[in-house]
Structures are given as structure tokens and as C-alpha cells.
Design a protein around this ligand. Structure first.
Ligand code: CO
Ligand code: CO
Length: 302
């Protein structure tokens, strides 16, 4: 399985029981604390493995670092954050590669395994399936607010904890029910990633008032702290979105996410089971919509 369907990761079948799932992700710091940045970048990189219903097994560091600009201790902290997340995932760090660069960048190449018949793809949702999301939206707007010094310590902590959280338990919950399709919410925002799920095959309606987001994101957006990526996403996907409201919901669905949650399509009869499992695992989830047969390829915001 390659790149044609915009899947979260590539899949290579080894035997009838085992397929390799491979992905790579790295980016520039989103927060000042190097240890926390390492955690976020690693959690973000492993997220694509979880989104496919796979288990991360091995990881390689990808590092760009300017040793003339920063103390090497900064790099050590970034790597420590990454290693701690790799351990939490139960995976092994096998090595990596670093280059001198003007800008810090960090991430992982991750290899996971999955049973070839149990891969969860981004397509495959059926009319009537329930749309579930496992992390609040707004990290793009919030990160823009951090850079402008607009957020207090408590808000920054909450945001960082959310971005650094692995999608491991969320994936466990997802796999405990009949999940027909899944992906993780990252750079294209909720609307963009849901468009990848529905393509032009099926439609979806989203209950705008049930979309979870960081409280402060609403005020920040009203004050103009909006990342450029949000406007790019809206330009790109607005033709696929049917939305009569011009309020904050029309912003938040396009907000690019860093280490966002999983979104998945669940068989409607399995919602109470999902509730039980997520309670047992301590995973948040929000029912934010429903897949419908028509209009195909459209995201209707209610
Ligand atoms: Co992804
Ligand atoms: Co990715």
C-alpha cells in the first residue's frame, strides 16, 4: 500500500500474518522546552502508525541541529523527550541521523507491525457510521498564541500535555470496536483529513456544536492569532465543506493540528461499547458526526 490513497503510512506485507507499516515525520519546534518538543515530535510521528491500527516497534531519529547557535544540551533534551515517548509506546530506538542545519528540526522514522487483514485505512466508512474524535482541536491557533506570548502557564501546560500524549490508548479503544476507517488529525485540519476519509465516495455531517476545542483558541482566533495554514486549508477544502455558519466553528475545522487525535468511523451499534472501553482506558472521545450516503464528497457542518 503506497501513497496513492493518502494513507497515514505505507504498508508492506511480509507474511500472511505480518505487514510492516512505515512512516516518517519531523518538524521545527512548536514549544520552547526542548524536552517537551522531543516528546511532541515523537508522539506525532508515531501517530500515523496508530491511525492504521498498527503497533510501533522500531524508530530512527531524524535530527537537524545548529551547534553554533545552540548548546548541545538542548539537543540532548530533545532526544531524551523522544526516547521517553518511544519507550512509552513499547518501541525500540535503533539509531538515527543528524545534520548541521540553520534550524532545529526533529522527528522519527517509525516502523510498526499489523496483521494484513486488520489494517485500518482512511477509506471504508459506511453510511450510518459514527464519527469519533479523540483530542480537542485548536493546537495550530494555540501555538500561534504561544509564539505571541498570549497564553498563561496553565494553558500552555494543558496544550503541551495534549500534544505530547500518544494515540496509543486511543488506538486500543478504536480497535475494541468495529472501526471501518480511521486517520489522525494533523496539518490539513479536521476538514482536510475527513475529506481524505470520504473522498468522493460518501458524505458526512458534523455536529458543529459538539466539536471539542481548547477554550482559549476561540478568543485567540477572534483577536487574529490564526496560523497561515488555517487559511491555506480553508482555501483548499472550502468547496468540499457545506457550512452556513460563519462563527469560530468555520475556523476550527481548518486549524492545522500538531500531534492531533484519531478520527474514526465506528459501527453505530458499537458506541456504548466504545464508551465503556474509553472509560476503562481513561481516553477522551467525542462523537462529532455521522457518515451519510449523500451528498458524496461533502462535509456538511450543522
Ligand atoms: Co496521519
Ligand atoms: Co504523517
Amino acid at each position: 500500500m503506497g501513497i496513492e490513497g493518502f494513507e497515514d503510512a505505507g504498508v508492506y506485507k511480509i507474511t500472511d500474518e505480518i505487514a510492516l507499516v512505515q512512516t516518517i515525520d519531523f518538524f521545527t519546534p512548536v514549544v520552547n522546552d526542548p524536552y517537551r518538543f522531543g516528546q511532541i515530535a515523537a508522539a506525532n510521528a508515531m501517530s500515523d502508525i496508530y491511525a492504521m491500527g498498527a503497533i510501533p516497534k522500531t524508530a530512527l531519529n531524524i535530527v537537524c541541529f545548529p551547534p553554533k547557535k545552540f548548546d548541545i544540551g538542548v539537543l540532548k533534551e530533545i532526544l531524551k523527550g523522544g526516547i521517553d515517548k518511544i519507550k512509552e509506546a513499547g518501541a525500540s530506538l535503533l539509531g538515527g541521523h543528524s545534520v548541521d542545519d540553520d534550524e532545529i528540526k526533529y522527528g522519527l522514522s517509525v516502523t510498526g507491525i499489523v496483521h494484513p487483514e486488520k489494517i485500518i485505512r482512511n477509506e471504508g466508512a459506511r453510511p450510518g457510521d459514527i464519527l469519533v474524535l479523540t483530542k480537542p482541536l485548536g493546537t495550530g491557533i494555540m501555538n500561534t498564541g504561544i509564539k505571541a506570548g498570549m497564553l498563561g502557564d496553565t494553558s500552555v501546560d494543558l496544550l503541551i500535555n495534549t500534544m505530547a500524549r500518544l494515540n496509543k490508548e486511543a488506538a486500543d479503544v478504536m480497535l475494541s470496536v468495529r472501526t471501518h476507517a480511521a486517520t489522525d488529525v494533523t496539518g490539513f485540519g479536521l476538514a482536510g483529513h475527513i475529506k481524505e476519509m470520504i473522498k468522493d465516495v460518501i458524505g458526512v455531517e458534523i455536529y458543529g456544536d459538539r466539536i471539542p476545542f481548547f477554550e482559549e483558541a476561540k478568543d485567540l482566533a477572534a483577536s487574529g492569532f490564526v496560523p497561515a495554514g488555517l487559511y491555506r486549508n480553508r482555501e483548499f477544502y472550502k468547496a468540499d465543506v457545506l457550512c452556513n455558519r460563519q462563527d469560530f466553528i468555520y475556523d476550527i475545522i481548518f486549524d492545522p493540528q500538531t500531534s492531533g487525535g484519531l478520527v474514526f468511523a465506528v459501527h453505530p451499534e458499537d458506541i456504548s461499547k466504545l464508551e465503556g472501553c474509553s472509560k476503562a482506558k481513561g481516553v477522551d472521545f467525542w462523537v462529532i458526526g455521522r457518515f451519510i450516503s449523500e451528498p458524496k464528497g461533502k462535509i456538511a457542518i450543522l
